[in-house]
Structure formats: structure tokens, C-alpha cells
Design a protein around this ligand. Structure first.
Ligand code: FAD
Length: 436
């Protein structure tokens, strides 16, 4: 087995895997490995999300510039990649509804943001309730933003296809392998795997999703930040509701300052329907079960009380929101009622099966505020991608190209080539289009 690497990526979610993809085309002789603790790539958040390829209408073009730009180009890139690899991708749109006048003002803002972020007149349209009723008679609302350029997919399949391409180009994927320690030894990293043996690397990219902050802290990076984990739960809806609407339906979020939305009515790529996700505070990036949360409760609480998260957890609005979300986890009807407000036909008694929950880890700064955009921290030997949240799956390809280009430009990790054909895309043309 190879023990010395030029570069190691920690994390086989859609982000780490997409970064490996571009590196694999730009580096033909360097030794690069991706380390993933699970048996498959996309086992955690990347394979447990809503599966939407989002048009960038929800993102403030100033505060969430990177997410907005990468979502815009990510949509086109996944569309192209899905055709090339025969992967599921459907341009099925999404409807965002407002239930009162205040919500309509928010939709007007989303329309403006969408256009500022590159959407065309025929991609997005604001409608009053009567206009929407003609298309979607079951939806009850005040007004609606119809976003035609929104899509559905299965990100797990996308990530696996990207892994296969990277692997064929020479990237080593070490699956079932957990990074349990990292230590600097002179000009290299000694990376302990599965508490058992070590490998060495000149450079590390930390794309560890919900564990990215913990890994950064291990090597004294991003120490002023901490994170809070939220479990997004889903309910599967019986097939008799599959034709209730033609399109997935989101509602204007009640708490826009927090980094998640209210539960949606989701039409999955296979045509089945689900309700979700909520956002229940949990104590681990893998807090799917009670056992894991009990195990991590004390260490996580201690960490939060020592950091800026203390201010967030004592904030009255945050507490209100957390109680709301916990109630919608404990009671199925509380959760379903949040969607019933705009789809009154749904009967909670008919819904009995839970979907697959996914966990989002949101970064909090030392002032106790949620950080809205992705955080990039690095030095001559490591690079850390923190707070890579929604619509992270949509933007993963262009965002990864941007990271690889950034590392090259800064001389942090110099690829053998600065440009190459990467599957269907020329690397330089992705970077040019993004102009980040
Ligand atoms: C409920 C929910 C719904 C969402 N819906 C959408 C959507 O519809 N559209 C969209 O675009 N985005 C959506 N998102 C956001 C999107 O899923 C994420 O932004 C994206 O998946 C993040 O990818 P990642 O690779 O950074 O993280 P992850 O998928 O979490 O990958 C990180 C990987 O690192 C591995 N890892 C961590 N620590 C170690 C270690 N020590 N050793 C080895 N491996 C390690 C983990 O096992 C994991 O596989 C949603 C997110 C959530 C939570």
C-alpha cells in the first residue's frame, strides 16, 4: 500500500469527491488519496438531502455570492454530466409560496435576487393565487414564485459516478477508513487512520462536512468558529398523493435569519413524494439515533458553552425555533401541519413511513451568529472548507473547480497542469464563467 501522498482529501461527500475529480485531470503523476470513513461515498449529507438542483433565487447575491454563482453554473454542469453518464436529472421546477402579504414581499425579493444571480425572465415568474390555481388547484397561498429552472436528481448516484471517473484517472479512494489523528512532522502531515496505522502527506484538503470544524481544530485552524448540527427529517407520503401537485412546493421560511427552510412538499426524482426536512438540533454530525446523541451530548454541550455558540443557545429566538423544530420531530402531525398550511388536502393519519434523515452542520462565529456563506481557511500545508451547506450539492462541481484553481494560484497546491479537458468541460472555461 502507498504510504506517502502529495495530497490527501478528507471526506468522500459530493464536495471532496468533486475536488478529486478536477485534481485527477490536472495531475497525472502526483499521488492523491481521498479518505472516507463510510463504506460508500455520499453516505452522509450528500446522499441524504432533498435532491433538488437549485436555481439561485434564495441567495442574497452579496451575502451568499459563492453559493449563488456555483448553484447557477452547477445546474448546467449536472445537466450536462447526467446526459453524458445517463444519470437521473429532471428539470421539474419548484414553486415557492407565500401565505400572507409579508411573505409576498419576500417572494418579490427572491425574484430580484434570482435575476441578479443570472436567471432569465422565462426561468422565474411571480404569480398571484388565481394564476397559480389554474396550474396547481390544490395549493392554497397568497402568491407564488414559479421557478421553472429547478431540477431533481439523486446526488448519491452523481457522487458515485464522479468517484468512478476520478478513480479511473488514478485517485486512490480509501473507503471504510477514518482519519483519527493528524500531526505535523516537519514538512509533512502524519495522518493516523482507524487508530491503527499512519500515512504521510504534503498537503491536506479538509472536506469533512459535519466534522470539518473538528478536523480544522485538531491542527489549530478556525479556532474562533464552532458548529451546531441540525437533523432534517422527512416523512414519505403514500402514492395516492403522488399527483397532488405537478411540482415540488416550498414556503417562505418563518425564520429567514437561520440557515434552513421550513419543511417542503417534495417530488423526488422517482416520482414519489415526501414532506420535510425540519431542522432538529442534535449533538453530532451523525446524530441520526438517540444512542449517538446521548453519547455526544456532554462533549458537544461543553464545546458549545466554551464558544460563540453559547450566545446562540441563550438567544430567545433561537430557543423558540429549536422548540418548534423539536416539536415537529416528536409529533408527526405538527410536522405535517406545517405543509398542510399550503396543501390542505394532506391527511397526517395516512402518513406512516419515515424518510431518510440528513444532518446539516452550521458554523457559528465568536459573536454567536450563524455564518451565511462558506468559509475557506488555509495555509501552505492545508486547506479547510467549512460551512459548506445548501445548495452545496447543486454547486459542488464548479465550486470544486474554483478551489483547485485557487490552490494553484496561491501556490498552496500546484497542479501539474493549470488547464486540461475535465470530462465535458475545459477547466479554464469553468473558472472564466464563474469569475469568483
Ligand atoms: C436535509 C438537507 C437537505 C438538503 N437539500 C439539498 C438540496 O436539495 N440541494 C442541494 O444542492 N443541497 C442540499 N443540501 C446541502 C447538501 O446536501 C450539502 O451541502 C452537501 O451534501 C455537502 O457535501 P459535503 O461533501 O461537504 O459533506 P458530506 O456529504 O457530509 O461529506 C463529508 C464526508 O466526510 C466524511 N468524514 C468526516 N470526517 C471524517 C474522518 N475523520 N475520516 C474520514 N472521513 C470523514 C464523512 O463520512 C462524509 O461522508 C441539503 C442538506 C441537508 C442537511
Amino acid at each position: 500500500m502507498i504510504r506517502n501522498f502529495d495530497l490527501v482529501i478528507i471526506g468522500g461527500g459530493i464536495l471532496g469527491t468533486s475536488i478529486s475529480y478536477f485534481l485527477s485531470f490536472l495531475n497525472k503523476t502526483k499521488q492523491i488519496a481521498l479518505i472516507e470513513q463510510a463504506h460508500n461515498v455520499a453516505f452522509h449529507t450528500s446522499g441524504r438531502n432533498t435532491g433538488k438542483v437549485h436555481a439561485p433565487y434564495l441567495y442574497n447575491p452579496e451575502k451568499k455570492k459563492v453559493f449563488a454563482k456555483t448553484a447557477f453554473h452547477g445546474y448546467e454542469m449536472w445537466d450536462e454530466y447526467s446526459k453524458l453518464k445517463s444519470l437521473p436529472f429532471k428539470k421539474d421546477g419548484v414553486i415557492e409560496v407565500s401565505l400572507d402579504e409579508k411573505g409576498t414581499k419576500v417572494l418579490e425579493k427572491y425574484l430580484k435576487w434570482g435575476k441578479q444571480n443570472g436567471l432569465q425572465d422565462n426561468d422565474i415568474k411571480l404569480m398571484d393565487k388565481n394564476e397559480l390555481k389554474k396550474i396547481e388547484p390544490e395549493i392554497k397561498c397568497e402568491s407564488a414564485l414559479y421557478v421553472y429552472k429547478d431540477g431533481s436528481t439523486d446526488y448519491s448516484k452523481f457522487t458515485n459516478a464522479v468517484m468512478n471517473d476520478s478513480r479511473n484517472n488514478g485517485i486512490n479512494f480509501l473507503l471504510d477508513t477514518k482519519v483519527t489523528n493528524i500531526k505535523r512532522v516537519y514538512d509533512k502531515w502524519e495522518i493516523t487512520l482507524n487508530n491503527d496505522y499512519s500515512i504521510f502527506s504534503n498537503f491536506i484538503i479538509n472536506a469533512a462536512g459535519g466534522e470539518a470544524i473538528d478536523i480544522a481544530h485538531k491542527i489549530d485552524v478556525a479556532e474562533t468558529f464552532t458548529d451546531v448540527h441540525f437533523r432534517g427529517e422527512y416523512w414519505k407520503v403514500p402514492s395516492e398523493y403522488n399527483n397532488l401537485t405537478q411540482t415540488s412546493v416550498y414556503s417562505v421560511p418563518e425564520y429567514p435569519d437561520y440557515p434552513f427552510l421550513d419543511p417542503h412538499w417534495i417530488i423526488r426524482i422517482d416520482g414519489s413524494c415526501e414532506i420535510g426536512p425540519n431542522a432538529v438540533p442534535v449533538f453530532s454530525p451523525y446524530g441520526y439515533t438517540k444512542t449517538e446523541n446521548i453519547k455526544e451530548f456532554i462533549p458537544k454541550m461543553m464545546e458549545m458553552l466554551r464558544s460563540g455558540a453559547r450566545k446562540a443557545i441563550f438567544d430567545k429566538q433561537f430557543q423558540e425555533l429549536a422548540i418548534n423544530e423539536i416539536q415537529s420531530s416528536m409529533s408527526k402531525s405538527v410536522m405535517i401541519n406545517r405543509v398542510k398550511r399550503f396543501l390542505p388536502k394532506i391527511d397526517a393519519n395516512k402518513i406512516t413511513e419515515k424518510g431518510t434523515a440528513g444532518i446539516r452542520s452550521s458554523v457559528i462565529n465568536e459573536k454567536g451568529q450563524f455564518v451565511p456563506d462558506v468559509i475557506l481557511e488555509g495555509d501552505s500545508m492545508s486547506f479547510h472548507i467549512l460551512n459548506y451547506n445548501s445548495p452545496g450539492a447543486t454547486g459542488a462541481l464548479p465550486f470544486s473547480a474554483h478551489i483547485v484553481n485557487y490552490l494553484n494560484k496561491q501556490g498552496m497546491f500546484q497542479s501539474e497542469n493549470s488547464d486540461a479537458q475535465c470530462g465535458p468541460w475545459k477547466f479554464s472555461s469553468i473558472i472564466e464563467k464563474l469569475s469568483l
